[in-house]
Design a protein around this ligand. Structure first.
Ligand SMILES: Nc1nc2c(c(=O)[nH]1)N[C@H]1C(S)=C(S)[C@@H](COP(=O)(O)OP(=O)(O)OC[C@H]3O[C@@H](n4cnc5c(=O)[nH]c(N)nc54)[C@H](O)[C@@H]3O)O[C@H]1N2
Ligand SMILES: Nc1nc2c(c(=O)[nH]1)N[C@H]1C(S)=C(S)[C@@H](COP(=O)(O)OP(=O)(O)OC[C@H]3O[C@@H](n4cnc5c(=O)[nH]c(N)nc54)[C@H](O)[C@@H]3O)O[C@H]1N2
Ligand code: SF4
Ligand SMILES: [Mo]
Length: 696
């Protein structure tokens, strides 16, 4: 008999690509990109292909655990799922009674299923729902809103139709989203140009027409000079600007001193090359896509770099344009009703957020808030105490800086719960571990993908859970029922889906054939006559009143990055194609391919220190030191060293993941280093030293 095909959603990273899972005898025999989804073209990334190894891995959490020793000591008692849910619900109820619902904090990884999580927090009555984004794309989000009124996902990034893609702090071919990779490849195949601005030569740069190795932390200087160049040469789109840009004169005055020659001194990129590049942009406009970045929690001015990128896109007329940043569509734009939200089941909690987002910090979006600020409140009790924390699909000890300091803070909690399908530092430090079924063994809520061609999609259960693990809807529903808000508790996944499908005209069976229900057959681009922007002026704004009201400038003068101390390096980090953050290191297939994260060191610097490629070295910050091997290359800026983030797990249940270094551990004092205007944690404001190991 041919294997059964289940259409579902990958869970090996937060991109959630559509997949086709072939199942035989309740086991997964093959996974590929959903062939019915043209964006996937049947493809997957290496991590998606390694999902089978996750499913079969006995080194993942297999059953609920309740801590019996000290936090982090690793002494647990095995509990049944019902016992663990009873335990969590009783503790949460007691904390709620004593300190109020608002003393309960939640964090997750955002994304299309987060509505269920938000509803859960509303059911409890706490405003303190956070996601991870303060250490990821918050600066991009706030930058987009400050310029266009729309968030970063209010526009699509139309890679496929672009004539010139610019990647600045964005590595599309290693920091993967399969549809984006396919789109970018199509653009290149059709003669589109690619420019990469990075501190090192990554895989994306190997496909680029222009590669600019920029001095770390000087991107704002480069971008101001590009703006200067576009304006002073009249290479911007005047028609677009006069119709859609509110206050261009403010910008022109501001950038006047920032010439390409000036920028060269800051960035190291020759002025003539910058000018030639700006001219190429003019030639390709408006089908230019200067990507605003994704992981830009890097510097204290990253928010302003992102703002400058949206401004450049606006000057080129790319915002709203095919091949640029066209406005996205939602099902309602095609007269379709959206999925019924779980959050609608409960009123919005009245208390103010503990992190100040949306009230004390009016320029910060209250939606997912700032998790780093919320964690600080555990320590300070300001503006009120936090007593319980549920880290759901989130490993703050890995995802935020300075885990040693975080452990001191988290240890003040009355309850720390981790729900996860893999071991993480946070799970190991938790009071209760609620193991989640892998994405191949669980259903998720139905979800919507907005875009040029919006669609609804479903993650279906491909095989039965291997261990005593559960789906999110079962875990949260189980706690909700026990805490007295059973509206969020569904008997079956079908009951949950049927709730979401209320009045949409769709049925569960509509998802059976391909896993997706499209809203339209063809991509819809809004015509320029229909562009409108939800800003105070209705146009794209150079000057943002919301920022100014909070004491931030809209167009601050350039200030150079902090000096790298003599003999030290700026610590930088990023992704590789073979791992996802901190949660795939112990995956047998992926660990075999990449068991360690070598540190990239510029060859001239390495020579001075007597370090050869492959030598064992220590990365040192104060008392803290961590060992890896050196990757000596001329393709990284000499001021920086680079490591792939996510390594350095040293957890007893995991036998494969012990090598490499954890960059966040070197970021001592990093919880307090933030980009105040954009809200992102500034993770690249740390300097380390390198010592050769005596073994080398
Ligand atoms: N120093 C430094 N810090 C960083 C970064 C960096 O490069 N360097 N990167 C930043 C970025 S971009 C991000 S996005 C964050 C990522 O931060 P995290 O989201 O914390 O990272 P992950 O390791 O992907 O996932 C954390 C845990 O969630 C579990 N998990 C995965 N999928 C699910 C799910 O669907 N449900 C549940 N309940 N659990 C799940 C995993 O098993 C893992 O234990 O880290 C940020 N922090
Ligand atoms: N394979 C894989 N894919 C992923 C993920 C994963 O873990 N693995 N994670 C997903 C997530 S959560 C995110 S947020 C995205 C992140 O996607 P990206 O932001 O594209 O990925 P990164 O590798 O973090 O950073 C991109 C580039 O920024 C460069 N860079 C560092 N400092 C500077 C600087 O000062 N200036 C310039 N111009 N460049 C600099 C780095 O060298 C790197 O090449 O990837 C997503 N996709
Ligand atoms: S990018 Fe790779 S790991 Fe992430 S969802 Fe897609 S296939 Fe899975
Ligand atoms: Mo991220």
């Amino acid at each position: 008999m041919a294997p059964k095909k289940v259409y579902s959603i990958c869970g090996m990273c937060s991109v959630r690509c559509p997949i086709q899972v072939e199942v035989e005898n309740d086991d997964v025999v093959f996974i590929q990109g959903n062939p019915h989804d043209s964006g996937m073209a049947g493809g997957l990334c290496p991590r998606g292909a390694a999902g089978v190894a996750l499913l079969r891995d006995p080194e993942r959490p297999q059953y609920p655990l309740i801590r019996v020793g000290k936090r982090g000591e690793g002494k647990w008692r095995r509990a049944t799922y019902d016992e663990a849910l009873d335990y969590v619900a009783e503790k949460l109820s007691a904390i709620k009674k004593q300190h109020g619902a608002k003393s309960i904090l939640w964090s997750d990884r955002g994304g299309p299923f987060a509505d269920l999580h938000k509803a859960f927090m509303r059911g409890i009555g706490s405003p303190n729902y956070c996601n991870h984004d303060a250490s990821c794309a918050r600066n991009v989000m706030h930058a987009a809103k400050s310029v266009m009124g729309y968030g970063r996902k209010g526009v699509a990034y139309d890679l496929r139709n672009s004539k010139h893609i610019v990647l600045q702090t964005r590595n599309i071919f290693e920091a993967i989203n399969v549809k984006e990779v396919n789109g970018a490849l199509d653009s290149l195949k059709n003669g589109g140009k690619l420019t990469v601005i990075d501190i090192r030569a990554n895989v994306s740069s190997t496909k680029a027409n222009n590669f600019f190795m920029i001095r770390p932390g000087t991107d704002y200087a480069f971008n101001l000079a590009v703006i200067n160049c576009l304006l002073s040469n009249n290479w911007y789109n005047k028609k677009f600007a006069s119709e859609y840009i509110h206050d261009l004169d403010v910008l022109a005055d501001f950038v006047a001193p920032y010439t390409p020659e000036w920028a060269e001194g800051e960035t190291g990129i020759p002025a003539a090359k910058l000018v030639a590049f700006a001219k190429e942009l003019k030639a390709a406009a408006p089908a230019v896509l200067w990507h605003p970045g994704w992981m830009v929690s890097r510097y204290t001015n990253s928010f302003y770099v992102c703002r400058s990128i949206y401004i450049i896109n606006a000057l080129l007329g790319s915002i709203g344009a095919k091949g640029g940043l066209p406005l996205i569509n939602k099902p309602k734009d095609f007269g379709r009703k959206g999925l019924k939200a779980f959050s609608d089941l409960f009123p919005k909690p009245e208390d103010k957020r503990v992190d100040g987002a949306g009230w004390k910090l009016k320029h910060i979006d209250g939606g997912p808030g700032l998790i780093n600020k919320s964690i600080e409140a555990i320590e300070t009790g300001d503006p009120y105490p936090i007593k319980a924390y549920i880290a759901h699909r989130h490993d703050p000890l890995h995802a935020l800086p300075d885990p040693e300091r975080q452990r001191e803070i988290l240890d003040k909690l009355d309850l720390l719960v981790s729900t996860t399908f893999s071991w993480s530092d946070t799970a190991w430090f938790a009071d209760v571990v609620l193991p989640l079924s892998t994405y191949l063994e669980r259903e998720s809520p139905l979800a919507t993908k907005n875009g040029l061609k919006p669609y609804f999609f479903r993650r279906a259960r491909a095989v039965t859970p291997r261990y005593e693990t559960r789906s999110e809807w079962e875990i949260l529903g189980g706690i909700a029922k026990r805490m007295g808000f059973p509206e969020l508790s569904f008997e079956t996944a079908e009951d949950m889906w049927n709730y979401q499908l209320t009045d949409t005209g769709m049925s569960i069976e509509d998802f059976d054939a391909t896993g997706e229900v499209p809203v339209t057959d063809t991509a819809k681009y809004r015509s320029f006559e229909k562009l409108s922007f939800p800003t105070p002026s209705g146009k794209i704004e150079m000057h943002c009143q919301k920022l100014e009201d909070m004491g931030f400038e809209s167009l601050p003068a350039y200030t150079p990055p902090s000096e790298v101390p003599e003999g030290a390096f700026r610590l930088t980090f990023g992704r590789c194609a073979l791992h996802t953050q901190g949660h795939t290191l112990n995956n047998p297939m992926l660990n075999e391919q990449m068991p360690i994260n070598p540190v990239w060191i510029n060859s001239s610097k390495a020579r001075e220190m007597g370090i050869a490629d492959g030598d064992e070295v220590y990365l040192v910050n104060g008392e803290y030191r961590s060992k890896t091997i050196a990757y000596v290359t001329e393709f990284i800026h000499p001021e920086a060293v680079f490591v792939v983030h996510g390594f350095g797990h040293r957890l007893p249940p995991e036998s494969r993941s012990s090598q490499g270094i954890a960059d966040q551990e070197l970021m001592i004092g990093g919880l307090d280093k933030i980009d105040h205007a954009g809200g992102g944690v500034a993770l690249q404001e740390h300097f380390i030293r390198i010592e050769k190991s005596s073994a080398s």
